[in-house]
Design a protein around this ligand. Structure first.
Ligand code: SDX
Length: 430
């Protein structure tokens, strides 16, 4: 990773800054001394050109449509691995040996239950509360129960907290779903694998035996893999910023869940399905394409476009393939929403507006159709995203906490408000 220099010339001054190269991807201009040297800040709302940290976890090449988990292409990980193996890879940097994997799976399995007293929190929520609101509350509340894994300076406690988060998210998510539909909670089972256990907790009822469909469980597991991590996206950056203050990992993950909820981010899968249902039929597509292009219309094609991908999101391709597998397994021959989605994609990808702005389907475009076919209501879609993304959040949080150079995140601003002025007594105000 070669280092070189860049020079900034402004007025009669010039300043040198280090340029650092990563193992792959764009170089970075180290401007951490810019303010001290020049008295100026950089200005980059939305951080379109700002690297907030150094990381070894996930790499995205937006132009190529590449996504690597610790160097392994998402296509290969999704095809050949499973979600808990992916969790190990993201957390520890290498694919596990057979023995390492068995040990990791065992440790996660034996952390899937939540403190029984936590179940009482649910009674405080309205049944029709959005499950994401419940997730924010329940995950934040883990801090109130697991004091023995909140000391972030203790590597053992960091490891326990990581395992607890990965293990308990499916249990909490399934409980949020069951509470939402008025059915009894279902305990996790140690004889089922991660995805099968989650489907069982969501869809089994005490009145009869529930057999998990292995094809659907494999599809669920692959969906978790696709959503596991994605570099410094909004919710991951939220988790890092919260963690930079020394907040405990459960509180940081709750912050990430809150951020992911937004329709521009993880909430897009719910919004995309709602949009497809609103479009309703392929005949209505031209009207919605026109609306998406109309600057005066706030409507956007949900599930389209991405801050980084200016090519097809590689996860969307795998998601589309998984969608077809699930529909075929369930014998769903003609899903009108899938027809609309495929026609919408075809039209959009040949429309100059979308081509020029490099707007392609992202992971959220097909995930909604798949999750609905699996039996989830749209209100649960972002919950599933947060379940899968928890390992990415935790891995990035762990990397930050263990980075000796990390310090509290504290951006500055371009101030355009009132200059200093004296207080005016109320009687003298006009
Ligand atoms: C996720 O960051 C991540 O990695 C996120 C994620 C992850 O795994 O963590 O990948 C998950 O959040 C995927 C994105 C899901 N969101 C959506 O599908 C919502 C719809 N998409 C857009 O809101 C938008 O594309 C964003 C928010 C995803 C990206 O927005 P940017 O990078 O800020 O781009 P922009 O809003 O500046 O758009 C650039 C141009 C604009 O036109 P101009 O002002 O330049 O004329 O493209 C237009 C936008 O109006 N545009 C769209 C559009 N997305 C962008 N026009 C119509 N429909 C769209 N979907």
């Amino acid at each position: 990773m070669s280092d070189s220099k860049a020079t900034l010339n402004f007025g009669n001054n010039s300043w040198d800054f280090d340029v650092r190269s990563g193992s792959i991807g764009p170089d970075v201009l180290n401007i951490s001394s810019l303010y001290a040297q020049t008295g100026m800040f950089t200005y980059d709302p939305g951080f379109t050109s700002t690297a907030s940290c150094e990381s070894k976890i996930t790499y995205i090449d937006g132009n190529e449509g590449t996504l690597l988990y610790r160097g392994y292409p998402i296509e290969q990980v999704a095809e050949n691995g499973d979600f808990l193996e992916t969790c190990y890879l993201l957390l520890y940097g290498e694919l596990p040996t057979q023995a390492q994997k068995e040990d990791f799976v065992h440790r996660v399995t034996y952390h899937t239950m939540i403190h029984e007293q936590m179940t009482r929190f649910f009674a405080g929520f309205r049944r029709d509360a959005h499950p994401m609101a419940v997730m924010c509350g329940m995950v934040g509340a883990l801090s109130a129960f697991y004091h023995d894994s909140t000391d972030i300076s203790d590597p053992h406690q960091r490891m326990i907290a990581s395992l607890r988060m990965i293990a308990k998210m499916p249990t909490i998510a399934a409980m949020a779903y069951k509470y939402h539909i008025g059915q009894p909670f279902v305990f996790p089972r140690n004889d089922l694998d991660y995805a099968a256990n989650f489907l069982h907790m969501c869809f089994s009822v005490p009145c009869e035996e529930y057999k998990v469909n292995p094809v659907l469980a494999r599809a669920m597991d692959r969906i978790f893999i696709l959503h596991a991590d994605h570099e410094q996206n909004a919710s991951t950056s939220t988790v890092r910023l919260a963690g930079s203050s020394g907040a405990n990992p459960f509180a940081c993950i709750a912050a990430g869940i809150a951020c992911l909820w937004g329709p521009a981010h993880g909430g897009a899968n719910e919004a995309a399905l709602t949009m497809l249902a609103e479009i309703g039929s392929v005949d209505n597509i031209p009207e919605y394409i026109a609306r998406a292009k109309d600057k005066n219309d706030p409507f956007r094609l949900m599930g389209f476009g991405h801050r980084v991908y200016k090519n097809y999101d590689p996860r969307a391709r795998i998601m589309q393939k998984t969608c077809h597998e699930v529909l075929a397994e369930l014998g769903i021959k003609d899903d009108p929403l899938l027809d609309v989605a495929m026609e919408l994609e075809k039209i959009a990808l040949s429309d100059d507006y979308f081509v020029e702005k490099k707007l392609y389907p992202n992971i959220d475009f097909y995930s909604g159709i798949t999750l609905r076919a699996l039996g989830f209501p749209t209100t649960m879609f972002t919950v599933l995203f947060s379940l899968a993304r928890t390992v990415g959040w935790i891995a990035q949080w762990k990397e930050m906490v263990e980075d000796p150079s990390q310090k509290i995140g504290r951006p500055r601003q371009l101030y355009t408000g009132a200059a200093q002025r004296d207080y005016t007594p109320i009687g003298q105000r006009r």
